[in-house]
Design a protein around this ligand. Sequence first.
Ligand code: TYD
Length: 141
Amino acid sequence: MLDHLVRILPVTTIKDERGALGIVELARSCGFSASRFYFLYDVRKPRGGHAHRRLRQCFIAFAGRAEITVDSGSERRTIVLDSPEQALIINPMVWRDLDMTPDTVLGVLASEPYDEAEYIRDYETFTALALERIGNDCPVR
Ligand code: TYD
């Protein structure tokens, strides 16, 4: 189930004597276009603790190391992002918990503008909705 909801995407990286250039073609490789970019840094406590009803996101650790625990409601996995050469794509209806050190800079490209109404911040509500979707064979992609 989680394999349909999350995906690690190798970031195309062009390196030469001047340094490295990382490229993510959003529409082509992520399957969505971003309407918002935000980033987390100087993080001192766990974050996340929610799912999104509609939002698609692409996470890249520009510096440091982030542990992202993803949960479909029936399966849970921790993914470590510790290189700007890989991105994590998260589709809608994935609960996530984020742990990172203060030196970590985690960039997030999001498919939709911010809308608190599309967050699910209660885990019981999330699992009930996730099970309902599986039962209805509701497509998540
Ligand atoms: P939240 O998404 O809960 O952060 P995280 O997943 O990193 O723990 O957002 C924290 C607060 O910031 C919350 O009050 C909503 C607000 N916020 C915005 O106003 N706009 C945004 O684009 C984001 C991502 C959050």
